[in-house]
Structure formats: C-alpha cells, structure tokens
Design a protein around this ligand. Structure first.
Ligand code: HEM
Length: 227
C-alpha cells in the first residue's frame, strides 16, 4: 500500500494521469463543438441532435459519457493540483532559478486558467443543463414538444452580459489549451526529431481551432448571423 502511494505521488504518474484525462476532455470538446455548430444550420438540426443524444442506446449513452467526463475531470483537477504542489516543493528544495526561467508564463498559469475553466463549467451546467442560471431561456419547447436547445442558446446570446461572460471563458479555455495539448503529447512521448516542430505547433493550432469554433457561436448570434 505504501509503495502504491509512493508511486502515485511521483511527478511522472501525475503527468500521465493529467495527459490521458486531458486528451479525453479535448475529445469531448471536439464532439461538443461539432454538435453546437449545428446552431448555424437552424432549430431543426440542433433540436433533433439534442433528442438523439438523450435517447441514444435508450438514454444510456449520455450517462456513460457523463460518468466518464466526471471521472476524467476530477482526476485531471486532482493531478493538476498535486503537480503544482510537487513542483513548488521541488523548487523550494533546489531554489532552481534556471527552471523558473525556462518555464513559460503559459505553463506557470495552467493551474489558474484550469481552475477558472472549472468555475466556468459549473456556471455553464447551471445555465444549459440544469436550467437554474438564466432559467427563463431553459424552459422552452419547440413545435414538436422537444426541449428547444436552439432557442435557449440563441436567446441567451442575445444578452450582452451572457455573451461577454462566454467570450471571456472561451479565451481562458484557449489559454489553457494552448499549452495543454503540446504538453500532453510530450508527456506521452509522442515526438520524433523530424516531426517535433510540427507537433509543437499542432497543440496551439488545435487549441485555437476549438476556441475560434466555440467563440463563433455567441459572437455569430450577437452579430445577427443566427436569429
Ligand atoms: C459557446 C460555447 C458553448 C455552447 C454554446 C455550449 C452549449 C451547451 C449546451 C446547449 C449544453 C446542454 C446540452 C443539452 O443538455 O441538451 C451544454 C452542455 C455541456 N457543456 Fe457546453 N457549450 C459551450 C462550450 C463549452 C465548453 C468550452 C465546455 C468545457 C470547457 C463545455 C462543457 C459542457 C458540459 C460538460 C456539458 C454537459 C454535458 C451533459 O449534459 O452531459 N461547453 N453545452
């Protein structure tokens, strides 16, 4: 038991947990983004997609995904906090000025941007999943009696304060992803002398793509591209 806790408390194990759970969360974000972009195709597509998600495999699929997400998110946050502590402890012992110089602002701020993303996710669930924040937009059904996800999203982003909150949250998510994806690939040893420069660019590029995709929704609605 003692040896398990010794291994668990090592930086390398925490980095692996962080990388694997992080990749699961990025895969969720890509799937979530592609579903939400249906807003540009109109209410029929988006509301039908909402129903499909809830009814897939007699409603079991959504709960399997939710459970996986909860486990991934908890492990990701715990290993992030643990790593920040381990790094701080190591620095206090070595008083290592060189390491401080070589770590970038992005890598040092990961813990703060990560915690802000968690705060955003709680607000976001209260908004779109539980319907307790801005409940006036949640309780709407369309002409087929389905939860009107389209109207909920569009009406929400007609409110400047909600849009600004989401835009800020998406920028913070982008800052987190900018460093996270390359860092995960490096931890998992996905590198090759020939492809390293490309892989180093791939992380920020994918992060940027995800954020621009998400930003296009509140901004597209606010600027009248979707009514
Ligand atoms: C403008 C950007 C976004 C929009 C318009 C959006 C929209 C939505 C909607 C409509 C739902 C409820 C789906 C339903 O119950 O029918 C939802 C759920 C959710 N969103 Fe987002 N989302 C956005 C960005 C994000 C981001 C950046 C994250 C994570 C960092 C995220 C995480 C989640 C999670 C975890 C759920 C709960 C999924 C579930 O119920 O199983 N969303 N989102």
């Amino acid at each position: 038991m003692r040896s398990f806790s010794v291994v668990w408390n090592t930086t390398i194990i925490q980095k692996w947990v962080m990388a694997i759970t992080g990749i699961c969360l990025v895969v969720f974000l890509l799937a979530h983004l592609s579903g939400n972009l249906l807003v540009f195709l109109g209410p029929e597509h988006m509301n039908a997609y909402g129903v499909e998600l809830r009814e897939m495999f007699h409603g079991a699929a959504i709960w399997v995904v939710r459970l996986g997400l909860i486990v991934a998110l908890i492990l990701h946050v715990l290993s992030g906090i643990k790593l920040a502590r381990l790094n701080r402890g190591a620095k206090a012992v070595r008083n290592d000025k060189v390491e401080h110089r070589t770590s970038t602002i992005a890598s040092r701020s990961m813990i703060y941007t990560g915690l802000l993303v968690v705060v955003y996710v709680v607000y976001h669930l209260a908004h779109f999943t539980w319907g307790v924040a801005h409940g006036e937009y949640y309780h709407v059904v369309d002409h087929l009696g389905r939860h009107d996800v389209y109207r909920m999203v569009v009406d929400s982003f007609h409110q400047p304060l909600i849009t600004i909150t989401y835009v800020i949250a998406m920028i913070v998510t982008g800052l987190h992803l900018n460093h996270a994806i390359s860092s995960a690939l490096q931890t998992l040893g996905i590198n090759h002398p020939r492809y390293t420069p490309m892989l180093r660019l791939a992380g920020p590029a994918l992060g940027m793509l995800i954020v621009i995709g998400f930003l296009s929704i509140p901004l597209g609605i606010m600027f009248g591209l979707v009514k």
